[in-house]
Design a protein around this ligand. Sequence first.
Ligand SMILES: [Mn+2]
Length: 558
Amino acid sequence: MAFLRAVQTIVIGHRNPDMDSICSAVGCAELKRLSGWGDVIPARCGPTNPRIDFALHRFGVEPPVLMNDLRPRVGDVMQSHVVSVHEDTPIYDAIQLIDRRRLRGLPVVDDRLRCTGLLNAHKIMHHLFPPREEAGAARTVTASLADIARTVGGQLICGELSTVEEELFLLVGAMRQDSFGPRLAEYRTSGRKVVVFVGDRPHIQQLAIELRAHAIVVTGAHAVEPGVEIAARAAGVTLLSSPTDTATTVLMSRGALRAGRMIETEFLSFTRDTRLAEARHAAADSSAFVFPVINDQGELCGILSKSDFIKEIPRQLILVDHNELEQAVLGADQVPVVEIYDHHRLGGFTSAVPVHFWNNPVGSTSTIVALCFQHAGIAIPWKIAGVLLSGLISDTLNLTSPTTTAADRKIHGELAKIAKVDADAYARELFSVGSPLLTLSADEAINADSKPYTENGFRFVIAQVEELTFAHFPEKRDALLAALEARRNREGLLFASLLVTDITTQTSLLLVRGDERLLSTITFPVAHPPYIWQLDGVVSRKKQLLPYLIECLGRMVP
Ligand SMILES: [Mn+2]
């Protein structure tokens, strides 16, 4: 049975999210919901910070869901409506289920729903149709009388219907009375528990009772004579009635064997969280067709067939505030990206299908999202206006960054009006919250808003913190440089850098630890030697610093 699943859309910004990344994700998700997209959730792949928390809280918005890894998991494609049988189920019933549901395999569970094995079709075939040299084995079955009665659809006439599994010897009372007696006596002497299958032959039935057969199954729905029943009761022989003929009843009795005895106990299983790529790899080496999925309690919670591996993942992505996979959430390359809203350089993103890609070099992605609301003719809700205004203020340093455009100024005024705030007063309030240098450790400060780049085969990172003053800088300076050097060594980078921006004076300090050949190309005045430069008027990583550093790379002596 195919289950139609609704596609979930995740709107997510870059790793180490900044205010604009978070705010544009929240705004874009709301725009998509209001446009009728259904299941849309804003997400983030990294922690928020006190300033982001302040902005979201100010407008009553929950932080986006944390999603650090979107690589497909077994739980994304497994079948949760799993068909299984208890280990005590007769294999006859299990086979019927496999046939009815067209299953490739059937998991077998115990009382606590733990998967004890997979029903093995080869073992069942061998049991029902043994090879010629073992054909005698077809005369025995290890089952309880209760299992046999259940499997053949029989009725108890008298005696005890034992639930204990025993090795039972099946004997058909088809021969003459004088050959049946000695045969049964011989089996009884050798200690076998004999179940006699016989039609309406009272003499054979009486003889079987006298010789203490374990049980007698009267086939063909024939009535039992009162004398026979009285004799069986007196002798303690179980008497059963079967609705079908002898041949059918014997065949079905052999199916009374419990599923637990026919299972493959060595099997490959997964959890919901097993990465699909890992599961696919493991499954490729396995001859099994189905793989049980086990939950934390050890219970069977799903089943994975080989055909599930080619299912589409019911999930798609909208990227905001970035378009380079290097900066995207882990696994973004394995989930269809359907839309991108960004204001950064093009980073070599490629796709298999056409993508709605809105790249616009305005001051913030929040500006782009606001423009999209207008474009769609959808009124921006109050709280979304406040959130988008926060992203815009943060990325443009309240319209003072050189990245600011006329569109940003216009949207800034419109959002402030809808959000019912004095934008300049709100901006001062926002930037006064949580000075990164005061509230973060050196390690956190160089990682919080850090972006990785690859240029001409060189890998490097540029982090940025925005401060209202450099007052807290001197006390953190040495620790920041040490953290940059450690990160550079750990990740094998050409250089690791941090731009500390004073948004009040529109000045930045650039801290770089890296290859001397690169450092020697930096022409800005050295501020606090070594490794620190003073960058007056530089406040934008994307528009000012990154192009400058790429130019330095070009001038680097090989
Ligand atoms: Mn941005």
